[in-house]
Design a protein around this ligand. Structure first.
Ligand code: FPP
Length: 246
């Protein structure tokens, strides 16, 4: 862990909501002479490692960007493979999620997701619904701009039907319409992590990242471990969050 102290010695500032852009599965595979799908397969192992560590560290919500609304532009074979990943993941790991009292949640647009994928996600949500520990929140067919557009439409309908008054629309009212209303009170991201050396947001939780701290790792997602998460958490301890104040 280099120059960093052990994470448990500075545990007082554990972020409630950690969100991760899991990037670099394809490049990891290419670099090691494997097919892209092997990168995604290894990516699932990384999800498992990081989820368990995040739960041990007392994080309340871990949101993982698993499939974006833009990922449909990938070749059909890869899209098909990515759509099967939740089925494989939950088949293998739900018992371990249960052991760790982890509750599964999903944010995203269910419309285009194949029935078998939807079923696997819904089953995992149902099987873990009574767990009281960390929420493992998959952003699947998720897009930040689309989320805000849908929230706007919903508010518009409410104004039209007289459920609310235009003058009463506030940040809190709009936020309550976002997909992250399923993880309230942890809607806002505290720490955003992106792997693979890229430093951009890619339409991920645009509203919810307004005041988050960013941590970028050069490692490809399949190389990500609990120790790397600890490193990000330790880095977070020394950030001074001012929310625009001085
Ligand atoms: C980014 O790598 C990764 C993805 C687009 C998919 C991530 C999904 C998983 C790791 C598994 C999802 C599992 C569940 C349970 C939903 P990339 O393909 O963009 O890599 P590249 O930028 O190197 O090409």
């Amino acid at each position: 862990m280099g120059d960093y102290p052990q994470v448990d010695t500075v545990i007082e500032q554990i972020p409630d909501h950690v969100a991760i852009i899991m990037d670099g599965n394809g490049r990891w595979a290419q670099q090691t002479g494997k097919e892209r799908k092997e990168g995604h397969q290894e990516g699932m192992e990384a999800i498992r490692r990081v989820t368990i560590r995040a739960s041990e560290r007392g994080i309340k919500v871990l949101t993982l960007y698993a499939f974006s609304t833009e990922n449909w532009k990938r070749p059909p074979q890869e899209v098909k493979f990515l759509m099967q990943l939740p089925v494989k993941f939950f088949d293998r790991f739900v018992p371990e999620l249960q052991e760790n009292n982890i509750k599964v949640n999903m944010i995203g647009f269910k419309d285009k997701v194949p029935g078998s994928t939807k079923k696997a996600i819904e089953k995992a949500i149902d099987e873990t619904k009574n767990n009281t520990g960390m929420i493992l929140n998959f952003a699947f067919n998720y897009g930040g701009r689309a989320e805000i557009v849908e929230a706007t439409k919903s508010l518009f309908d409410k104004v039209l039907s007289g459920q609310i008054n235009k003058k009463d629309i506030s940040e809190e009212v709009l936020q309550a319409e976002l997909l992250t209303n399923s993880i309230t009170p942890y809607d806002d991201v505290d720490l955003l992590i992106r792997s693979s050396g890229e430093q951009r947001l890619s339409n991920f939780l645009l509203w919810q990242n307004a005041y988050s701290e960013f941590y970028f790792s050069k490692l490809f997602w399949p190389e990500f471990t609990g120790e790397v998460l600890d490193k990000a958490l330790l880095d977070y301890q020394y950030r001074s969050r001012r929310y625009g104040a001085i």
